[in-house]
Design a protein around this ligand. Structure first.
Ligand SMILES: [Ca+2]
Length: 446
């Protein structure tokens, strides 16, 4: 018999003695008084029994609360064996609590829904029995709801992009929302690229190409190539920007025999902050950096073929791998399995899985990548991309930064590889960086 049971045993004996003494004492007085008094005493004893059986109804413990958009999820530990359920109390000020719900026996979780956005709530829980017994309360747990679910950036109609107003992209560079438009027609050599771009990294791997098939429109395109090499080689065109929302559209084409099974990066990249060397994750507190590269590489997925499925290569505060995560439109993440959007749907309510997209080699595609940095403290950031004007992937509800000074500060064209066993090559044309959706070129002149 444990101490609690011993205590209860002693209480019961004491109560029995009281009843006996009541009957004995009252039996010496008038019978009428005896019955009435005894009933009163018994009621008091019953009340005593009921209220004191709280000693046996252990309080739940370890209450924790987690807030999402307009709901808070509670969990606690059930420490009682004969409760009929648990009562949940809620407060806005941690002083005045009111009961908001009861849940059944052995239940250890509850979701308080329909709450105000961006609001702090306090909770405590106790166990109860149907006879009116209640335990003492758990600890008070508090959580704050986040902003209401953001509406993902609307997908523009085919005719709604900036490019729809500039057939053949003619004059698109003068649009007030366009930061850079480059068709590579103005250059005779690579050194001139910095007239429009902030920096060209490793120009020895970059060429202005004029051969048939190396340009989407006009007479020239941008060629990037990597020779066979045992070490990592790469090149990039970098445009410095400073803001929270950018779109970058690029026509791109992989050479017909393109194949690289090693570490390969190629495509459109947005980054903010001071990026760390490979293998160093972005700080989890959201004050460091983020990097998102829309690319195609082989990563062992079913049905895969060169150049590999579209995906985002991500360094961000919630990355699961030190060497960056690969996000696919269907919600999976290599090397971590399911993305956060599939594992925690309540935190990513606007995420919709889409089929993965595998481009072909030796064919031009119009890729457009969008980044929207979140409002600090809110999960309203977003990445999405389009292929030939068709929405292909959408990652809303992202929280990629905690401070407003961490902004998108570079838009890049990236091409690089490590341990190449054959030379690889890719062509690029008609690049536009803008603050609004661009869309494919209207009436291309080929
Ligand atoms: Ca061109």
């Amino acid at each position: 018999m444990d101490e609690g049971n011993k205590l209860r045993e002693r209480k019961m004996i004491s109560l029995k003695n009281q009843i006996v003494s009541v009957e004995t004492r009252d039996s010496c007085k008038t019978p009428k008084l005896k019955i009435g008094t005894t009933m009163k005493r018994l009621s008091a004893i019953l009340l005593f029994l009921l209220t004191n059986s709280a000693f046996a109804l252990n309080a739940p413990s370890n209450l924790s609360a987690e807030g999402t958009s307009t709901r808070i999820d509670l969990t606690w530990r059930d420490n009682s064996t004969f409760e009929d359920g648990f009562q949940i109390f809620r407060s806005r000020d941690n002083i005045n609590f009111s009961k908001v719900a009861s849940v059944g026996q052995d239940v250890t979780r509850y979701s308080s829904t329909g709450l105000l956005a961006n609001a702090k709530y306090y909770f405590k829980v106790r166990s109860y029995t149907d006879t009116g017994t209640v335990s003492s309360f758990t600890n008070v747990a508090a959580a704050t709801t986040t902003s209401a679910s953001p509406t993902p950036t609307p997908t523009p109609s085919a005719s709604g992009g900036i490019a729809s107003r500039y057939p053949g992209d003619r004059g698109i560079g003068y649009d007030p929302d366009v930061i850079l438009a480059d068709d590579f027609e103005s250059y005779t050599n690579v050194s001139q690229l910095t007239l429009n771009w902030s920096k060209v990294a490793h120009p020895e791997h970059v060429r202005i190409a004029t051969e048939t098939g190396t340009h989407f429109a006009g007479a020239k395109g941008l060629e990037m190539s990597i020779p066979i090499s045992a070490k990592e080689l790469g090149c990039a065109l970098i445009k410095e920007v400073k803001g929270d929302v950018y779109f970058m559209r690029m026509y791109e084409k992989w050479v017909s025999n393109y194949y690289d099974s090693g570490s390969n990066h190629n495509g459109i990249c947005f980054s903010g902050g001071t990026t760390a060397p490979p293998g160093t994750p972005a700080p989890a507190n959201g004050t460091g950096f983020f990097l998102f590269l829309l690319q195609n590489v082989l990563s062992g997925r079913p049905g895969e073929a060169a150049p590999g499925y579209d995906h985002v290569y991500a360094y961000w505060p919630k990355q699961c791998s030190g060497y960056g995560d690969h996000w696919y439109p269907d919600g999976s993440v290599v090397p971590c399995g399911q993305g956060l959007w599939l594992r925690y749907p309540a935190q990513y309510p606007a995420f919709r899985p889409m089929p993965n997209h595998l481009p072909e080699r030796n064919r031009w595609y119009c890729y457009e990548f969008m980044i929207r940095a979140n409002t600090p403290g809110k999960n309203d950031g977003e990445l999405k991309w389009w292929v030939d004007g068709k929405l292909t992937a959408d990652f809303p509800n992202l929280n990629m930064r905690s401070i407003s000074t961490l902004q998108v500060d570079e838009a890049r064209i990236v091409f690089g590889a490590n341990n190449t066993t054959q030379a690889i090559k890719k062509w690029h044309d008609n690049i536009v960086i803008a603050r609004k959706y661009i869309g494919p070129m209207a009436s291309p002149t080929r």
